[in-house]
Design a protein. Sequence first.
Length: 362
Amino acid sequence: MPTPRALHLASTAAATVLALGTSLGVAPSAQASGRHVVMRAVLPGESIQQALDAADPGDIVQLGPGTYHESVQLTRPGVTLRGVGRQSVLTPGAQPSANACGAAGHGICVTGTEGHRVADVRIESLTVQGFPKNGVSGSETDRMTVRGLLVQDNGEEGIAQEKSTRGVLVDNTARRNGQAGVFLANIAYGEGGAIDTQGAVIGDNDLSANRIGVVVRRARNLAVERNTISGNCSGVFVVGDENRPRAGALTVRDNQVTANNAYCPPNDRLPYLQGIGIVLTGVEDTLVTRNQVRDNVGASPMSGGVVLFRSFNGGASTGVTVRDNAVRDNGPSDLADRDTGLGDAFAARTNGCLVSEPAGHC
């Protein structure tokens, strides 16, 4: 039975966290059936993982301010992990992790199984930093929401999602991650046709100083919208290959893609990256519209504002439409068709640009 002191401390922690959450605009879920408070400053040694393991669908695991040296794994549906903004920090611990997420080098993992996606998990208002692999990694999820995170200085992806549907990755800040700020794919490591994400959204994120701001690889039926993407080596990559179904049937719209001019050396997949705004390669039936793409300048094979580029692993892009974008001061071109696909359209006179290749698209 809990001692009176333990109950008092837990009550104090809960009150403190709720007060902080209210002051930061973090409202408790109306559907929550329980709240598990992890208040490192009040109850030293508490474990986020223990609280998650005790949570039922609909519960909230609420973190107080402080630095938490652990990786955590969520496998139960309907659980919310919530901090109090940038004051709640997850970072690797000195000791090896006891769970598979930490052993793989990730910070937070949301993991279902084939045919049994874990649904309705929410991760909100945290800082996740310094992990060797991904800050947040979701696999076999449905309706997973990642909102209001700062993910920085992770070795690979800031926020990654694979084999998942209806993801909502919004209002996050991702910076200085070794690969993408936000990464969405059918399979991170492996082949296969494009997954139908059933309307996933990558939106309203601030993505800077990563290798690439956003990567969408072998995925369909989603939107990349209203993101601010600057200071990366490349802004947006939408990538497909020879597999079926093909990547595409998606929209890239209303993004600010500016001065992604950092230099990233080549690797076994790509040549060096620099000065790249939005690149589409090996995709179909994709709309690029109402984006502001400016000051992306470089001399790599994919440099430029909005670029259709030949696929490294498959057929040409088909049915891509680029219209109503403001594309200026990119180099070597604002709009570039370096592919050989059919049915692609740079809608002349609808894109505000100065230089295109071939000429005539502005």
